[in-house]
Design a protein around this ligand. Structure first.
Ligand SMILES: C[S@@+](CC[C@H](N)C(=O)[O-])C[C@H]1O[C@@H](n2cnc3c(N)ncnc32)[C@H](O)[C@@H]1O
Length: 549
């Protein structure tokens, strides 16, 4: 959208100069995640995370009122009127009340928080609507605007993001064309994405543009696509607000891979519209989470189709749901997609819900609860259960899929594992290192591995479990502090080998020394430990010497 065009009724307007003024005001106001949390305090912040706004409303009301009365005497509030301390709190409180909590504030209060853009400028951008030009006239948000701070594998970021007002602010169920802000899945994908330099990146289903903005930090060019014109309008505004121009993030309308057909990317990311939704009257099809296919077909289509737009060596990282059908393991179904894709594939299942839990989660997500609307709740709940029953679905998995088009030759990686415990985010660096370790291992047979020098990763510790009074441990565990936090049980020989891996001796030399110590043939020790050594290298507990820095 060009700056000259009038905004449509309910999307913000893309005007880079005015958005620059907004950025300056938000920076000067110190509208950061930390400032908001400090202002609200731990109780109101935690309640707001649970979508309960009342404590935050109570925490902000007096600040906005006192800030407004302090400013009432001034002719026109400027940033000099509100230099810091209580006044800074009043500005943050006004921004939180308007843009996060969706409540009205006196015009004078928001004017103090936005001295450069002004309330009229914010209205022209489609961010607020004002009841009048008087100082006490109420101003209300038309969009959600909040600070976003994160740590991805390329380091910390700090932006502000505009999206549709959520349920907390409107008190209503979401519209089907709702444009989502940053949610848990957005953050997960941003953190697991590999962040080494990439030439071209595709963000499929860009929504408010969050993944595209992250990608712009380590790519020459980013293409963000979405089926929703409203989402693209928000993404365009968010990019401008972050100071990222269309030469770095290009936005295109269209479904799935159609807008990029025939092109190649070095990285594809997609927090895809993966939610399994019954195609039944009475069940809303939310654009932001539903790709318009039956069952888990969206995820299957992406997994099996994304290879067509991956450059050799290119990586695709997707979040998705998959159905677990009676008589079939989750990894059989998802594994068959990997086979069809013809790509390297590594799938980590992070969660498994039964059909009822899944239905409840996504009905609530749309703003329908049994308390609010029992009839709608029952209709939707029944539709979900019926839909699952038609395909004999007994559970639904959620996870992270990392796919890669081999640089040459056939796929060599096919790994499907369950990891429901805590992982150490950002995981992107770990996943990238593990892919590199896989490649390192692929070109080494056991004699080449025996000739290699390995070091123990700095985050690995050893745990020994002994029976009371015993000298020798019953169990030795090697525990990874970072990454997926794996724990690997080690026998005597493996524990001894890992303990000696400081890069000085080759693996084969350590094996020889252990064989002499244990008085067994070296070949037997090698046959015992080398498969485990491969696993430890692949998972980052052992690192080839000289590749750590
Ligand atoms: C879960 S949101 C992800 C938004 C954002 N990328 C993030 O990480 O927060 C999924 C996005 O996919 C879009 N979408 C839905 N169906 C689509 C389709 N068939 N093709 C492309 N995008 C689609 C939705 O409009 C929505 O913006």
């Amino acid at each position: 959208m060009s700056p000259e065009r009038l905004p449509s009724r309910d999307v913000p307007r893309h005007d880079p100069a005015q958005l620059g003024a907004l950025r300056a005001d938000l920076t000067a106001a110190g509208f950061t995640v930390t400032a908001v949390e400090d202002l609200l305090g731990p109780v109101a912040s935690a309640a707001l995370h649970r979508e309960q706004p009342l404590p935050a409303l109570r925490a902000t009301a007096p600040l906005v009122l006192s800030g407004s009365s302090a400013l009432r005497g001034a002719t026109a509030p400027t940033s000099a009127d509100v230099p810091g301390g209580e006044d800074a709190d009043a500005r943050t409180a006004a921004l939180v009340r308007v843009f996060v909590l969706g409540r009205g504030v006196p015009r004078v209060a928001l004017a103090a928080a936005l001295p450069t853009l002004g309330v009229d400028g914010a209205a022209r951008l489609g961010l607020v609507q004002a009841a009048g030009a008087g100082r006490d006239d109420e101003v209300r948000a038309r969009v959600d605007l909040r600070p976003y701070e994160a740590e991805d594998a390329a380091g910390p970021v700090r932006w502000w993001l505009v999206s549709d007002l959520g349920e907390v602010a409107t008190g209503r169920a979401l519209r089907t064309d709702h444009v989502l802000g940053v949610g848990g899945a957005s953050t997960t994908l941003a953190q697991v994405t590999v962040r080494d330099r990439r030439r071209r990146v595709l963000d499929l289903g860009t929504g408010c543009g969050i993944q595209a903005l992250h990608a712009a930090r380590h790519a020459e060019a980013v293409v963000g696509t979405d089926v929703s014109a409203r989402a693209l309008a928000f993404a365009r505004v968010n990019a401008a607000l972050a100071g990222v121009g269309p030469e770095r993030v290009e936005l295109r309308a269209g479904s799935m891979l159609a807008p990029v057909e025939g092109e190649q990317f070095d990285l594809v990311v997609s927090n895809s519209p993966f939610v399994i939704t019954p195609r039944t009257p009475g069940v809303p099809a939310y654009e932001y989470r539903d790709g318009g296919r039956a069952g888990d077909a969206v995820v299957r289509e992406l997994v099996t189709g994304v290879g067509a737009v991956l450059a050799p060596g290119g990586v695709a990282q997707l979040l998705g749901n998959w159905e677990v059908r009676r008589g079939e393991e989750w990894h059989e179904r998802v594994g068959s997609w990997l086979d069809e894709a013809g790509l390297d594939g590594w799938v980590i299942q992070r969660e498994l819900l039964d059909p009822a839990e899944y239905a409840e989660t996504w009905i609530r997500d749309g703003g329908v609860t049994p308390d609010r609307d029992r009839a709608a709740w029952d209709v939707q709940y029944g539709a979900w259960l019926d839909d699952f029953a038609t395909r004999d679905v007994v559970a639904v998995g959620f996870g992270i899929l990392t796919l890669r088009r081999p640089a040459t030759g056939r796929p060599t990686l096919r790994r499907l594992e369950e990891h429901t415990g805590t992982v150490h985010q950002p995981l992107g660096g770990h996943l990238a290192a593990s892919l590199a370790a896989h490649d390192w291992l692929t070109v080494r047979d056991d004699s080449a591995l025996a000739a290699a020098h390995l070091v123990v990763a700095p985050d690995v510790t050893e745990e020994r479990y002994l029976r009371p009074g015993s000298v020798d441990p019953e169990v030795v565990l090697l525990r990874q502090g970072g990454g997926l936090g794996r724990a690997v049980q080690a026998g005597t020989a493996l524990a001894g080998l890992v303990g000696a891996c400081d890069g000085d001796l080759a693996v084969g030399q350590v094996v020889g020394a252990l064989a002499a110590l244990l008085e067994v043939p070296a070949d037997d020790v090698a046959a015992d430990v080398l498969p485990s050594v491969r696993g430890l290298v692949r998972d980052g507990l052992l690192i080839p010497a000289g590749t750590t820095g």
